[in-house]
Ligand binder design. Structure first.
Ligand code: ATP
Length: 251
């Protein structure tokens, strides 16, 4: 197992955002986290990346208990995420945005120092080369010098994924990557996530686009009012009465 969520709960004052949720993700899987608004999905991402600590329970990554570990340490261990609302450096080029993502894993102050050592220049060249490869992967190489704010919405979403990949994650958390995308953009997002999987990266995805989720995911957990309502293959989830009742609705 790459990630094990063990009896995790999170309370915000009187709100039980998550209650005793457990699930495990296998190496190389695309695992979906779905459920109605306010079900606790983003809170789960915030606990995995330790934006907040769980009120109780444990988060285990590659057999190591990472509960409460500092967020940057979690990134170093190999977990990276995108956000529900795009968080790019809008005044930086697409290329620089991805380089910054890679920089979060590197040691020296490449971007902060004016007087760079030879080693730092070499490191920056490597970051640039890696960023260019990632921009090719997400189909944005031609746009590498454009400011992030001048990219189309779907392109910005793909740029966020490239930036997350720059830190060479073993586990990629995607928070509603298809939100606001048109059909064509969603199709190319599907292809991209499949390519990411083929590179051996495990993916945990929160998404409301059900056709995409059902086509993409190997397994899915459904959250409802902070509790795990069901877990299974897309077929099992689509045919689960409780899930249909609470979230999917009848055709
Ligand atoms: P959506 O699909 O709308 O993004 P979600 O499933 O991601 O919803 P969360 O954002 O995790 O749901 O929210 C779960 C519950 O926890 C909600 O009731 C929300 O108001 C509450 N919550 C989340 N973060 C906080 C916080 N920082 N402070 C207080 N309450 C919070």
């Amino acid at each position: 197992m790459v990630l094990e969520i063990k009896n995790v709960s999170k309370n915000f004052g009187g709100i039980h955002a998550l209650r005793n949720v457990s699930f495990s993700i296998k190496q190389g899987e695309i695992y979906g986290l779905i459920g109605p608004n306010g079900a606790g999905k983003t809170t789960m991402f915030n606990l995995i990346t330790n934006i907040f600590e769980p009120s109780s329970g444990e988060i285990v990554f590659n057999d190591e208990n990472i509960t409460g570990l500092k967020s940057h340490k979690i990134t170093e261990k190999g977990i990276c995420r995108t956000y529900q609302n795009i968080r790019l450096f809008s005044q930086m080029s697409a290329l620089k945005n991805v380089m910054v993502g890679g920089h979060s894993r590197s040691s020296s102050g490449v971007f902060s120092s004016v007087f760079r050592t030879k080693a730092q220049r070499k490191e920056e060249q490597e970051l640039e080369k890696n960023a260019e490869e990632l921009l090719k992967l997400v189909g944005l190489f031609e746009n590498k010098d454009l400011l992030a704010e001048n990219l189309a919405y779907g392109q910005q979403r793909r740029l966020e994924i490239a930036r997350a990949l720059a830190s060479k994650p073993k586990l990629l958390l995607l928070d509603e990557p298809a939100a606001g995308m048109n059909e064509k953009e969603t199709d190319s997002l599907y292809d991209l996530i499949k390519i990411i999987q083929s590179k051996g990266i495990t993916v945990l995805i929160i998404e409301h686009d059900m056709p995409l989720v059902m086509k993409l995911c190997d397994r899915i957990a459904v959250l409802n009012f902070g509790e795990k309502l069901a877990e299974g293959t897309p077929y099992e989830i689509q045919n689960n009465e409780a899930v249909i009742e609470a979230y999917l609705g009848k055709e």
